[in-house]
Ligand binder design. Sequence first.
Ligand code: SF4
Length: 457
Amino acid sequence: MHAQERFNKAIKEKISDKDFRSRMGIVLNKLSSNQERGMQTFANLPLAKQRAAYTKWKVAENLDKYLVDFEGSVIRKGGKVLWAYDAQNALAEIDAIIKRTQATKIVKSKSDICNEIGLVQHLRKGNAKITETDFGDYLIDLIGDKPFHSNLPALNQKAELVGSILNTKIKSSLEANQEEWASDIRAEIRHHFYEADIGITGANFLIADTGSVALTENEGNVRLSFAFAKTHIIVASIDKILPSINDLELFFSLLSTHASGQQLATYNTIVNPGNRDDKEGPSEFIVILLDNGRSNILATQDQRQALSCIKCGACSNVCPVYNIAGGNATYQSYRGGPIGQLLAPLQQGIQEYQYLSNLSTICGKCTDVCPVNIDLHNHLLRNRHEAVAQGLEKTGEKLAWYTWKKFMLSRKALNRPAALKNFTFKQFYKSEWGDKREFPKIAEKSFNQLWREKNGL
Ligand code: SF4
């Protein structure tokens, strides 16, 4: 089934689920007000955003140089960098590492990039056992669902379902509260950290001048994922680069304030390859640098700003469409929300994913909150223009606009009886409008008719 057909099916279910919508409204509103609070901690937020946007612009304009600098810095310190053109390439590299190290146990922390390449599903086909260590991802894995939100994967799960799943799978008490669930999960996961042969993490930032990987989190599971394992694999996309370790101060705080409202996340770790002769920590530090269509975005000069994203999730939380569509899985792409809608057509192909660019009211809220000043709503418009330029609109859509234009340019048609106009519009737009909303009624008389009446003409 085409991605858009899957989306149409999923969205119909979501918008008719009143309970789901009201829970989403509450949760996303809370996230947005946390962000508001976080943003107020900056003495001069516009300046901070401008500086961050400039740094990311510099990175995008000189990405080839910074990536090579990063690779050089990692190698000098004893680490390894592997370049992966696409998801298959990245998975093949990880398979080869597992085979070479004869690893049987793997722990993984939350990572959008690992979701993008389908890492867990892929590794589950092999012999090594992989354990999710992020609370949300762990729950989602037990429930058998997909991550809902980039930062809070299990945000949409009902408490009753979580309680009963944890009771069945890890013997949590049915009366347990959220804190007790967290402590039960922690106890359940702990031994996996000690026993893991390989720890797989993502990266929030890759630092070109020091070859470091910067990670920020609130649970502490990310640093534990590579604390005991002999091999640390970092799967990161090429756009994660920051030129210097000095940039971290700004980016760590912009990320945490816009993601959760905290001035700084609880755990902020800078990992270096280093010399591991002290037998502590991983002896192997391997960064897999994933392209997966990002070079295509880099090639479109007017859209390359999309690569500046630091994945704070703020744009999703304020998006009126995301509030209704509810979650990444509905969008049928590895990421939802405004940035996901912008990236998927550019990265995975406009033919398959151009429908995502239309899921926006173009209200511009996403652009307002973005900490790196990505002009999200205008980029979505650019995607729409591109789709039209490539003739990718559906025949029904073309016909509907053709008829609309004809109608609006005809005085005779505009003055037809309201009942006839209502009937005609309904026929044209009812499939797009859906059966859950009442179709807007056209006024009984046109402006022209009212004006003529008023002036006795
Ligand atoms: S586009 Fe901006 S607001 Fe949205 S996730 Fe990325 S950095 Fe955050």
